[in-house]
Design a protein around this ligand. Structure first.
Ligand code: AMP
Ligand code: MN
Ligand code: MN
Ligand code: MN
Length: 290
């Protein structure tokens, strides 16, 4: 177990597009050996209270988090807010705005799918009835359930990925704006899965430099499904831009094998862990969780 990180600061629950309810997610990651976790649902903190209670009962370190959809140079990026105050009024207002953007986008996705011959409105009705913040993943699952694709992955390929009929751009807030929301909520900001965006190496370096200059804290150096090469590139980016590093699986679903919690590599020693010190719990200073 020694080469595995006991930290996982990127996890989804049924409050967004994860398959496990917050308490079940906490039990699952704790059973996989994780000792410090963050719940980071897409643009919502609705699962945080339940997860915090469950983590407390199981004795594992927990911080509130969120994965905010933002834009940078016209591209959609994901920004993690870690160890945030989930009741921060400016953050709550901002997340209300994100919900409105997501609901408007879901309407547009439904119409575009319908126009392309897929059961978009029917899928949308099921997604709405669930009452969670809508994501493309919800559409993917319902399209598969309705027979418009073999499985959610194929639904992305056929209908929802970039360049497909159900891909709708949303006017997400700028990266720098969301960085301020996270700071106002007392948290640490981290660019999620920085190697997953289709950017040139130069643009990726500029992204990190701009983010650091805007008061951003970290990039996710160890990510679920990331290769050793991704880790090395992210390490170089963090060191070069003076950003700390985070570790997160981006786990959604126990049935998906590529990013299980509790199997991530440790953060390379050359990168400062984002979870060291305030506002993270003392447990985070324990070298066992490094
Ligand atoms: P959204 O934030 O609504 O655009 O939805 C993005 C979510 O959909 C991601 O967080 C993933 O969970 C999932 N996702 C995005 N692209 C793919 C893909 N190509 N295959 C499977 N899941 C995907
Ligand atoms: Mn997701
Ligand atoms: Mn993401
Ligand atoms: Mn995620």
């Amino acid at each position: 177990m020694n080469h595995r990180s006991a930290v996982d600061l990127h996890l989804h629950s049924t409050a967004s597009d994860g398959m496990l309810a917050p308490a079940a997610l906490v039990a699952h990651v704790a059973a996989q050996g994780v000792r410090l976790m963050a719940l980071t649902d897409h643009d919502t903190v609705a699962g945080v209270a339940e997860a915090a209670t469950a983590a407390c009962a199981l004795g594992i370190g927990f911080v509130a988090g969120v994965e905010i959809s933002v834009s940078w140079r016209g591209r959609a990026l994901h920004l993690l807010g870690l160890a945030i105050d989930p009741d921060s009024p400016p953050l709550a207002r901002a997340l209300e705005g994100q919900r409105a953007l997501r609901e408007a986008r879901a309407e547009a996705i439904a119409e575009r799918l319908e126009a392309a011959g897929a059961p978009g409105r029917q899928a949308h009705a099921v997604v709405r009835a669930r009452g969670t913040i809508p994501t493309r993943m919800h559409f993917a699952r319902e399209l598969a359930a309705l027979g418009a694709a073999a499985d959610p992955g194929s639904a992305f390929e056929r209908w929802l990925a970039r360049g497909r009929p159900g891909h709708v751009r949303a006017p997400w807030p700028e990266l720098t704006e969301a960085t301020v929301w996270i700071a106002a909520a007392g948290g640490r900001s981290a660019v999620a899965h920085p190697l997953r965006y289709p950017l040139s190496a130069g643009a990726r370096r500029e992204l990190c430099a701009e983010f650091a200059a805007a008061g951003g804290h970290a990039i996710e150096v160890v990510t679920g499904g990331g290769t050793a090469s991704h880790r090395e590139q992210a390490t170089a980016l963090a060191v070069r831009s003076g950003l700390a590093g985070s570790v997160g699986s981006d786990f959604h679903d126990p049935a998906v094998p590529w990013n299980p919690p509790g199997r991530l590599a440790k953060l390379p020693g050359s990168v400062r862990p984002v979870w060291r010190g305030h506002p993270f719990p003392d447990l985070a200073a324990d070298p066992e969780t490094a």
